[in-house]
Write a protein that binds this ligand. Structure first.
Ligand code: GAP
Length: 479
């Protein structure tokens, strides 16, 4: 579909998934709010990730550390000195760009599937970055004949004022406080607290879900590159000798986790890192095929003992593990870091479909994995008379304690089905005249629109069977 991204953004807004933040005041660039169905989907994703990490692994526990972070933490972690983006101005259009994104997006578009050519340029670019060689970077932009991608005007190609900018938000009027750029540092700072209070032994992990903030300059891909976003991160502390083993282990586990959602195996690819972050020795991205092509969804890194050693140095605290008194070491860390908003967008973009019906009409449908759907089932009356709405309403009130379901009667049954399809509700139960006779209802399945009758007493089990998180967690456990 042409302009699928526009369709996705508009559908997300019309059906209460995503709203532009502060919209009545004109909105804020790269910041979004989650609407009534968006927050349900987001919470379900969080629950799935959290349970997969902490409930399925007895050696992983979760924490929730503060967002406001002391500058000393970020000085030690290298964020104050290293967490910088190289920016460049377009003199003609007066727009600012992050250099690596400007070049990367250009060559991916220009050279399409010629990965050899793309890699050649990226390696060159990385070399210049390492040397902070801004002159050669400008030369590269000119050599590639890049013009302003937003204005689209081929004459807009005078690039100037190249400089580095730190990506963190510093809190004004509050000395030494920053909004954290990653959740990971809260985990490192609490390493001793968690280890002592839970009596954990290496290998063990600490998981966290929370907001992070980065002052992104290029932010034009909906939820993909935000200034305020959520991360789901897990730091797994290991014996340094086992770095490669655990790195491979978590790479496999994370890919399996993504595949369990059935968004399509061809939607993912693994890309080994050519340009590692300042803290990492090994790194791979799980990329997802978004409406604008493959982009990073989750990163898996070996951070070695970089962070713990730095915090040891700056605090004089010891992070040394002394498991059997003889072998002492500062643990290495394998990190899995997933962007919640990016996963939300991956799910939404791969689920949104337009299907042609037999009667020539179209239906818009969100084929969200049922265990993550914002609403699990709808209870609908076939007609608005003869006591039928009352029966539907009664079923709804009996079931609402068990599942997130809704009761709707405000339209004809056809329109009610369409609405549930558009928000991704996997099951609809329709109450009709037969219900009065024999206590059965029609169940209608979202994906194939098949219908069958079941007894009212079976509704709860049916919802659990078709939409419960337990089934997918069980599969992961047995895999
Ligand atoms: N602790 C490691 C870390 O933060 P990262 O690759 O910078 O590594 C990890 O970020 C994940 O966070 C990314 O894979 C992505 O899913 C998400 N992420 C990073 N920046 C983001 C942004 N500006 N908007 C939305 N998600 C972002």
């Amino acid at each position: 579909m042409k302009n699928f991204l526009k369709f996705l953004i508009s559908h997300s807004k019309s059906y209460g998934f995503i709203f532009p933040s502060n919209e009545i005041y004109g909105g804020i660039n790269a910041i979004y709010d989650y609407g009534q169905y968006g927050i349900e989907l987001k919470n379900n994703i969080k629950e799935f990730w959290w349970k997969s990490m902490t409930q399925l692994n007895e050696n992983i526990v979760g924490i929730d550390s503060s967002i406001l972070t002391h500058s000393n933490v970020l000085k030690s972690s290298g964020h104050i000195d290293e967490f910088k983006e190289l920016l460049v101005y377009n003199k003609n259009s007066k727009k600012k760009y992050q250099v690596h994104l400007l070049i990367e997006n250009h060559i991916k578009k220009f050279f399409k599937n010629d990965n050899e050519q793309i890699n050649k340029i990226l390696i060159r670019l990385n070399e210049y970055f390492k040397k902070k060689d801004t002159l050669n970077i400008i030369n590269l932009i000119n050599e590639l004949n890049i013009h302003d991608p937003i204005s689209g005007n081929k004459k807009d190609k005078i690039w100037t004022n190249i400089h580095f900018m730190n990506m963190m938000f510093e809190i004004k009027n509050s000395k030494n406080l920053f909004l954290r750029p990653e959740t990971a540092q809260g985990i490192f700072c609490n390493f001793i607290n968690v280890q002592k209070s839970s009596r954990m032994k290496i290998p063990f992990g600490i998981a966290q879900i929370g907001k992070s903030f980065r002052n992104e300059i290029i932010a034009r891909q909906f939820l993909f590159r935000l200034r305020e976003f959520e991360q789901m991160e897990m730091q797994f502390f290991i014996n340094p000798k086992e770095e490669k083993k655990w790195y491979k282990y978590w790479k496999n586990i994370r890919l399996k986790w993504h595949n369990s959602l059935n968004l399509g195996k061809n939607k993912y690819r693994l890309i080994d890192h050519k340009n590692l972050a300042h803290y990492a020795s090994l790194g791979v991205d799980i990329e997802f095929n978004y409406p604008f092509g493959f982009r990073e969804l989750e990163g898996i890194h070996s951070r070695r003992d970089f962070d713990l050693k730095k915090h040891e140095l700056f605090t004089n605290k010891k992070f040394i593990i002394n498991n059997n008194k003889k072998v002492k070491y500062t643990p290495y860390v394998i990190e899995t870091s997933l962007g919640l908003d990016r996963l939300f967008m991956a799910i939404l973009s791969s689920s949104l479909k337009e299907e042609k019906l037999d009667n020539g009409k179209k239906r818009t449908i969100l084929k969200i994995p049922p265990c993550l759907s914002p609403v699990k089932a709808a209870i609908l009356p076939l007609v608005k008379k003869d006591g039928i709405p009352d029966i539907a309403n009664k079923i709804f009130h009996n079931e609402k304690i068990n599942h997130n379901i809704i009761y709707d009667y405000k339209d004809s049954i056809g329109k009610l089905y369409r609405r549930q399809d558009a928000i991704g509700t996997p099951l609809c139960f329709t109450v009709d005249y037969k219900t009065i006779e024999n206590n059965t209802v029609t169940i209608r399945y979202r994906d194939n629109m098949n219908q069958e009758r079941i007894h009212i007493n079976e509704i709860s089990n049916k919802i659990e069977l078709e939409t419960g998180l337990k089934n997918i967690l069980k599969k992961l456990l047995n895999n």
